[in-house]
Design a protein around this ligand. Structure first.
Ligand SMILES: *Cc1c(COP(=O)(O)O)cnc(C)c1O
Length: 362
């Protein structure tokens, strides 16, 4: 038997076991070709089917209407921090950003290098322990766009209510909570997500862009930076990360078999409740720094009474078969990442482990 452990890594993160088994099975001979998917032309009929199936599954699972294009690009979500202002922030205009942690700050920094930025709201002063309420997000009516980070992977906060952007295009980094719960996408003009948290392995970033936005792309951009290049060529202008897209397609098929987004949302709700219930029941031992209505379902940040206990918790958890529980180096403490592919059983087991550790050390 192959040894598999409970993997709480924040990203790249755990993948469904059934998906890994299909990859293993198809690796040497993909559908009778005698080659792996990695060794096939991205212009072949075999790859084309995979590529288009992945796009259709994203459309279907997210319930996207025809006004959206789904694109696959390389470079990670971080590359989009610059490409978004390059495409959508013309000279003389201002882009509005909400600052809710490390990833939003990085996006803001890139935009500031390229143009004018208006800070629409920030939770920096509190140490990013909450996300602003929609009514506290203040942006100019003529902003080029409003940018948000839906789930703050490092601080453990998440937007559960999005602002109504009016005529301002709403752009959202959904890298760490895409397809984890139901969202009304009609408010959004662009969504982007690196694959390595909820969609598959690293190597591809999914862009979901309204056709009406594509008309606004700046003129004269380098070909690969201009979103219209990828939209007009169905993300096959150049060689796509085909192995990653193939695994993304398998993850999406797995997600569909779980009952799609409503199905996984129900499981994700149970998973996060197991951990937050412990934080609420034993606040002297498990301290959740995040405000309740901003709690992330995907990344649960908590502190134990001392740093020494935190280090011991992480070490003992690892010895008991739970990895990836150490908080980000910028915040310390413990972080329990509960992406779609983490099973309910894994969440139950780690909650039991946490409670046993609490009893032994209180
Ligand atoms: C992980 C993460 C990123 C960075 O993604 P890369 O693909 O490594 O560039 C950006 N935004 C959020 C919200 C993330 O969780």
């Amino acid at each position: 038997m192959t040894k598999r452990i409970y993997n709480f890594n924040p990203g790249p993160s755990t993948l469904p076991l059934s998906v890994l088994k299909i990859v293993q099975q198809e690796l040497l001979d993909f559908k009778g070709t005698g080659m792996s998917i990695m060794e096939i032309s991205h212009r072949s009929a075999e790859y084309d089917e995979v590529h288009n199936a992945a796009i259709s599954l994203i459309r279907e699972l997210m319930g996207l209407d025809d006004s959206f294009k789904v694109l696959f690009v390389g470079g990670g979500a971080s590359t989009q921090f610059a490409y978004i202002p390059m495409n959508f922030l013309p000279e003389g205009r201002t882009a509005a950003y909400v600052d809710t942690g490390t990833w939003s700050s990085k996006a803001i920094k890139e935009a500031e290098n390229l143009g004018s930025v208006h800070l629409a709201a920030s939770s920096r002063a509190s140490g990013y322990t909450y996300v602003p309420k929609p009514e506290d997000i203040d942006f100019p009516e003529d902003a080029a766009y409003l940018h948000l980070t839906s789930n703050n992977t490092i601080k453990g906060t998440q937007f559960h209510h999005f602002p109504d952007p009016g005529d301002v295009p709403l752009i959202c980094d959904m890298s760490s909570d895409i397809l984890s719960h139901q969202v009304d996408f009609s408010k959004f003009s662009m969504i982007y997500a690196g694959a390595q948290k909820n969609l598959g392995p690293s190597g591809v970033t999914v862009l979901i862009i309204r056709e009406s936005m594509l008309e606004k792309c700046a003129a004269g951009l380098p070909t690969m930076i201009d979103y219209r290049t990828h939209a007009s060529k169905n993300s096959l202008f150049n060689t796509p990360p085909s192995l990653t897209i193939y695994i993304v397609k398998l993850v999406l098929e797995w997600l569909k078999a779980q009952g799609g987004v409503p199905g996984i949302e129900a499981v994700n709700r149970q998973k996060k409740d197991l951990i937050y219930n412990l934080i609420d029941a034993y606040p002297d031992f498990f301290r959740g720094p995040v405000e309740k209505d901003s709690r992330s379902w995907m990344n649960i940040a908590l502190r134990l009474p001392t740093e020494e206990l935190e280090a011991r918790f992480v070490a003992e958890a690892k010895a008991a078969g739970f990895v990836g529980l150490k908080g980000h180096r910028s915040v310390g403490g413990v972080r329990v990442s509960l992406y779609n592919a983490m099973t309910l059983e894994g969440a139950e087991k780690v909650a039991d482990f946490m409670d046993t550790f609490r009893k032994a050390n209180s």
